[in-house]
Design a binder for this molecule. Structure first.
Ligand code: NAD
Length: 242
């Protein structure tokens, strides 16, 4: 019999997604092969130090990611989460670690990109006041520069940087009834630690539920009441009953 996770109308739901939810759309997960991400060492292409050392390599890497992102489509997992949001409205928030825009492409609107957005660029000088902007450029003759003269950089949270909107994310987690995590290995912090807030809330007598959905048990599996093993695109449609 198909698994079902009851979520009655009126429940407040927080969903955290990771690279696994986009895997069936053709975007490789982070940890597919021995710490290499699309054949690069993570620290070379996804850290401030890597950008300072070789901005050309970093822009080439993100240019390739952008070019690929323009060709992919949301899968049934993204659509199932958009349908859950359509039912729950403001009682729903989706926080994604993914920098792709596949949740929005599936119709999700209440989305936080805690690790940034692939199709945005900003000035690399923190003192420069210009806002991040939508940017699909992916083939650079020379490195892109801000009007202030500094290099522009991808609007991505790299290793060693602080994720966006952590206060808002924590507030919502502290008030939700159900915490759902999809396709995240549970090793990248602070995202992997968010579910611990639910453990704490339960320890002080609150009634909360936590569910993980993914192809393998995550590192932080002990924090989940239920671990549903399966691909996001096959498992999520029909998983959430009233
Ligand atoms: P991760 O690569 O560490 O873990 C992915 C998890 O998804 C694994 O546990 C894997 O078992 C699971 N998985 C693989 N295929 C799946 C499927 N079809 N259905 C369900 N689960 C599946 O990714 P993470 O935990 O998100 O953390 C790594 C970091 O990598 C994040 O910060 C994220 O920003 C970045 N990243 C993003 C993208 C993207 O934007 N699509 C892609 C790669 C990496």
């Amino acid at each position: 019999m198909a698994r079902s996770v009851p979520i009655p109308d009126g429940n407040k739901v927080f969903v955290l997604t990771g690279a696994g939810v986009s895997a069936e759309s053709g975007i490789r997960t982070f940890r597919d092969a021995n710490g290499l991400w699309e054949e690069h060492r993570v620290e070379d292409v996804a850290s401030p130090e890597g950008f300072a050392k070789d901005p050309e390599l970093v822009w080439r890497f993100y240019g390739q990611r952008r070019a690929q992102a323009l060709t992919v489509k949301p899968n049934p997992g993204h659509h199932a989460l958009a349908a859950l949001e359509a039912r729950l409205g403001d009682d729903f928030l989706l926080c994604t670690q993914n920098v792709d825009a596949l949740h929005e492409a599936a119709g999700s609107t209440r989305v936080i990109h805690m690790h940034g957005e692939l199709m945005k660029t900003r000035c690399s000088d923190p003192a420069c006041g210009t806002a991040p902007f939508h940017d699909e450029r992916h083939d650079f003759g020379e490195l892109p520069r801000c009007s202030c003269g500094a290099l522009q950089r991808p609007h991505i949270v790299w290793f060693g940087e602080i994720p966006f909107e952590m206060h808002r994310i924590k507030r919502v987690v502290q008030a939700c009834d159900v915490f759902v995590c999809v396709g995240s290995s549970g090793v990248v912090y602070p995202a992997a630690g968010l579910v611990r807030e639910m453990t704490y809330r339960r320890s002080v007598g609150e009634t909360v539920r936590t569910v993980y959905v993914g192809v393998e048990s995550p590192d932080n599996a002990d924090a989940f009441d239920e671990v549903v093993i399966g691909k996001a695109g096959e498992t999520l449609p029909g998983l959430f009953a009233r």
